[in-house]
Write a protein that binds this ligand. Structure first.
Ligand SMILES: N[C@@H](CCC(=O)N[C@@H](CS)C(=O)NCC(=O)O)C(=O)O
Length: 214
């Protein structure tokens, strides 16, 4: 893989995951920003639908011209094609534990706290902003309660090696901070986040460090 193109958006936490993974694996990429709210969302335009029929970011276009979507699938592909440094431990039990934390975030928290369901709560079901904020906080707090019990930072979620759990956790904590979810109940999550953000691969991938940041 020489150069890949990442369709993303500075604030998208799913794209944030892929930026971190690409940086950790030292893969150069060109960023193509897709504004998710301007003009009803540039992701909904036919040009982007041709890239990703699901009309979500991220999408990764490989140097072969193939396009990959879904951050977990993209990161599995990167792990299989660029095994160093590994994002999953060798031991099957340890791998399952890492994947469980990644999936609490990517499959249980993020999908229901994402822009599309929040827009639906507001525009279709008529909920007001405080109710939507309460929804948002609820699902992060519930997911973080579980993660806090599952990880043992030393200093990363599962020890001295960064894993997929950290790659998924840091963007979700950034979302929680942006929406002012209280994190005082989660010292282990905050400790893992602090350790990760000291690494250039994570720091470079932060929303505020992206060229399309607003
Ligand atoms: N499960 C997908 C989630 C992708 C996703 O929901 N992306 C959001 C931004 S974080 C998006 O593009 N939302 C725009 C929309 O749904 O209109 C992944 O992990 O890649």
């Amino acid at each position: 893989m020489t150069l890949v193109k990442l369709y993303g958006y500075f604030r998208s936490s799913a794209a944030f995951r892929v930026r971190i993974a690409l940086n950790l694996k030292n893969i150069s990429y060109e960023m193509q920003s897709v504004h998710l709210s301007k003009d009803g969302g540039h992701n909904r335009k036919p040009e982007y639908r041709a890239v990703n029929p699901q009309m979500k970011v991220p999408a990764l276009v490989l140097d072969s011209g193939e396009t990959l979507i879904q951050s977990l699938a993209i990161m599995d592909y990167l792990e299989e094609t660029h095994p160093q440094p590994p994002l999953l431990p060798k031991d099957p039990l340890a791998r399952a534990r890492v994947r469980a934390v990644a999936q609490i975030i990517a499959c249980d928290i993020h999908p229901i706290d994402n822009t599309a369901p929040l827009r639906y709560l507001k525009n279709v079901l008529g909920h007001d902003q405080p109710e939507i904020d309460a929804w948002y906080h609820h699902w992060i707090l519930e997911g973080f309660d579980a993660i806090e019990a599952l990880i043992s930072p030393a200093p990363y979620c599962f020890g001295a090696q960064v894993t997929l759990a950290d790659v998924c956790l840091v963007p979700q904590v950034a979302n929680a901070r942006r929406l002012k979810v209280p994190l005082d109940k989660f010292p282990k999550i905050v400790a893992a986040e602090t350790a990760c953000l000291k690494l250039p691969a994570f720091d470079k991938a932060r929303p505020e460090n992206q060229p399309d940041a607003e």
